[in-house]
Design a protein around this ligand. Sequence first.
Ligand code: UT7
Length: 321
Amino acid sequence: MIRSVVKGTGSALPSRVVSNEELARLVDTSDEWIVERTGIRSRHVAGEGETTATLATQAARNALAAAGVDASAVDLIVLATATPDQTFPATATKVQDALGCNGGIAFDVAAVCSGFLYALGVADSLLRTGMARCALVIGAETFSRILDWEDRATCVLFGDGAGAVLLAAEEVAEGGPGVLTTRLHADGAHNELLFTDGGPSTTGTVGKVRMKGREVFRHAVVNLAEVLQEVLEESGFTAADLDWVVPHQANARILDATARKLGLANEKVIVTVDQHANTSAASVPLALDAAVRDGRIKAGDLVMLEAMGGGFTWGASLLRM
Ligand code: UT7
């Protein structure tokens, strides 16, 4: 059978690191509150000249280098972001041009924090149906540019960064590597719990992030546990079979609650929220790359990716590395 096989991962973070203490000088908050309620200790914030496209391009280059594949082989780029460089053209086309692999398919996917899961699902479908052979799936964000830096309820939660995965369509045997099952969901009834208060067609501005955190938290734990169970059942595995879970990094308490609901050991959950905060669509591929590079996630491992975000949107994907 044809499967989308992970050939390499990469990531990129802005050089500027902002601590909780630094934020406590901006808004009425404290390192203690942020760590206790979220697990976040610091985040990276894009500086002058750093954009979603530049971070995405660097992450893509790192994934290509890890795979030992030349950019000219890439015929599909799916880039998940809620913070594109411009309203249009798609940031994916800027990445394509920077890499010099012009001519293939390149587009953005908007599913906010679940964006990487949506991008992975779409890229996997295009690879398995023969529309493309070699895909860069990227999650990249500069949320710092759409935060209200006077709103302590949101500005302490997010960070900037990018992560990328290089996938190739390959003939593999049963039990071999590749994306096994992806399930994606959305429920537009909850738009008003996590949104930007502006947009090209409404205010003609970009808007700032607004969130009713407590309600989002409640939905996140329920939706994530359900979709993880759905993917496990669909693929014929149990939680005990998983080597690793790479969750969306919104809040350490959501990671703990989801692991508990599934009966998963905390040691199997990759956590980067302490250093990266919530990087929206970039958070899953950033965490995946961190764990691949430090040697925890290895070839042959069974890995579950999951995320939940604005919309609401949510999803999970099971892959064999
Ligand atoms: O990525 C997409 C998915 N996003 C998420 O999953 C985020 C989900 N939500 C969360 O992670 C949590 O709900 C938050 C971290 C956003 C908030 O934690 P919480 O425990 O739900 O706190 P809360 O919103 O119920 O607020 C508790 C108190 C409030 O004060 P009062 O009303 O009890 O007096 C807030 O005003 O904490 C206050 N507060 C803060 N205090 C210090 C809110 N933000 C801050 C802050 N520093 N930064």
